[in-house]
Design a protein around this ligand. Structure first.
Ligand code: CMP
Length: 148
């Protein structure tokens, strides 16, 4: 089983898409492990996006992710990294496959509604940044034996 950090970013929160994102991940059979609604500090934003430091869009990215609350979650399941990124679609809405969240609800590459970890290794780093171990809930969905 893999785990992934998932963020519904400020645009997704403001547009009322928290429930839509959760529904799509639940519908794939994935299991919610942790969730919290928070205003992101500049410090957390810079740590989360450290890999993009120095890029031309970095300052805008920090301003955006701290502009309004986000819904931060951890989801788990087999091949969760690929499954979740597939559900989100490519970064730019106009390049995302039809039926993905970004294709259905987004157009460009900054206001792209969600963040999902890009590898199992980075997921563990991101989860440790956003959540304390006691915030991760150990449970199993009764549907899992029928989903995978
Ligand atoms: P995310 O998955 O949160 O990881 C990095 C983010 O940077 C990405 O989603 C986009 O929101 C954002 N991003 C990537 N490329 C660009 C770009 N060229 N201009 C603005 N934002 C970008």
């Amino acid at each position: 089983m893999e785990r992934s950090l998932v963020l519904v970013k400020p645009d997704g929160v403001q547009r009322g898409l928290i429930g839509e994102v959760i529904t799509r991940l639940e519908n794939r059979g994935l299991r919610l492990v942790a969730a919290k609604f928070l205003q992101v500090s500049p410090e957390l934003a810079k740590q989360h996006y450290a890999v993009h430091a120095g890029k031309p869009f970095f300052d805008g990215l920090i301003a955006f992710i701290t502009s309004s609350p986000v819904m931060a979650m951890v989801w788990t399941g087999p091949d969760a990294i690929v499954a979740i990124r597939q559900t989100m679609g490519k970064t730019r809405g106009t390049e995302a496959d039809p039926g993905t969240i970004r294709s259905d609800y987004a157009i460009q590459n900054q206001k792209n509604l969600t963040h999902a970890s890009d590898s199992a290794e980075n997921a563990e780093i991101e989860i440790a940044l956003w959540f304390t171990p006691d915030e991760l809930v150990d449970w199993k969905r009764c549907t899992e034996d029928w989903s995978f």
